[in-house]
Design a binder for this molecule. Structure first.
Ligand SMILES: NC(=O)c1ccc[n+]([C@@H]2O[C@H](COP(=O)([O-])OP(=O)(O)OC[C@H]3O[C@@H](n4cnc5c(N)ncnc54)[C@H](OP(=O)(O)O)[C@@H]3O)[C@@H](O)[C@H]2O)c1
Length: 243
């Protein structure tokens, strides 16, 4: 069966791992034929992810878009709906963070983080949820964070936007339950991705890897439609780092 799956931030890190896991799963499951719709701002990264997914036999389309820009988000959603009618799955993964002490965060840090994590996630979801609502089917994943419910000292703006995403998850669930749409809040702790930049080897070895998140996300999607895995919380076995 054909499944159209849109993943934001699929060029790197956790989003890339989720795209690859959907593709790999299709290889071993003849009834699962994903069409992966991959979104990020960097075309070159998207093409690398797309090539790796195509090697596994998945159909892939790439869309270069900045979800922080309302016009680009609206155009993206319109293109997707006109080409696919609705989508079966949206993975709201694209996110950014600037990590500094509270007093050092600037207006630019604020606007940049809020525009992607809050505004972009909100409006892309709003536009694609409308199609799911009409179709009375769909599954939306939000890759929020353990920082959506726990404070970290150098993460005030990031935590603010992740707590906000959790507010959106909980509110949208009230609508989703009325139209047979599943919502999964994925809350990882530290995962080794480009988001962290250069970190010491010792710190890296204390982190999770993107595939640790990707495998359960795909399994949650493949659960029978009657069942919604509502929350997934992941932590390094030694607990949170950078408390
Ligand atoms: N890594 C962790 O420890 C961790 C833990 C908990 C939660 N998370 C969350 O998991 C998600 C993925 O994080 P990650 O660690 O995989 O980050 P990452 O390695 O920096 O990758 C982020 C991806 O999102 C894309 N992106 C960022 N802003 C975008 C925008 N405005 N429009 C379109 N695409 C955009 C990036 O591509 P371009 O730059 O090319 O656009 C990239 O492909 C984020 O929401 C993050 O908050 C991460």
């Amino acid at each position: 069966m054909k499944h159209s799956i849109l993943i934001t931030g699929a060029g790197k890190g956790i989003g890339k791992a989720i795209a690859l896991e959907f593709a790999r799963t299709s290889k071993n499951n003849p009834d699962f034929n994903p069409v992966l719709l991959l979104v990020s701002r960097t075309a070159g990264d998207l093409e690398k992810t797309a090539d790796a997914c195509r090697i596994e036999g998945a159909l892939v389309e790439t869309y270069t878009a900045d979800i922080a820009d309302f016009a680009q988000t609206a155009a993206l959603a319109e293109t997707i709906i006109s080409q696919h009618g609705t989508i079966d799955c949206l993975v709201n993964n694209a996110g950014v963070g600037r990590f500094k002490p509270f007093g050092e965060l600037s207006e630019d840090d604020f606007d940049y983080t809020v525009a992607t994590n809050m505004k972009g996630t909100f409006f892309l979801t709003q536009k694609l949820f409308a199609a799911m609502e009409r179709a009375r089917k769909g599954h939306i994943f939000f890759i929020t964070s353990v920082a959506a419910e726990k404070a970290f000292k150098s993460s005030s703006i990031y935590c603010m936007t992740k707590f906000a995403q959790k507010g959106l998850v909980e509110t949208l669930r009230l609508y989703a339950r009325e139209c047979n749409v599943r919502i999964t809040d994925v809350m990882p702790g530290a995962v080794w991705t480009p988001m962290w930049g250069d970190v010491p080897e010792e710190m890296k070895s204390a982190m999770m890897m993107p595939e640790d998140i990707a495998v359960p996300v795909v399994q949650a999607y493949l659960l029978p439609g009657r069942t919604s895995l509502e929350e997934l919380v992941f932590r390094p076995v030694g607990g949170d780092i950078n408390e």
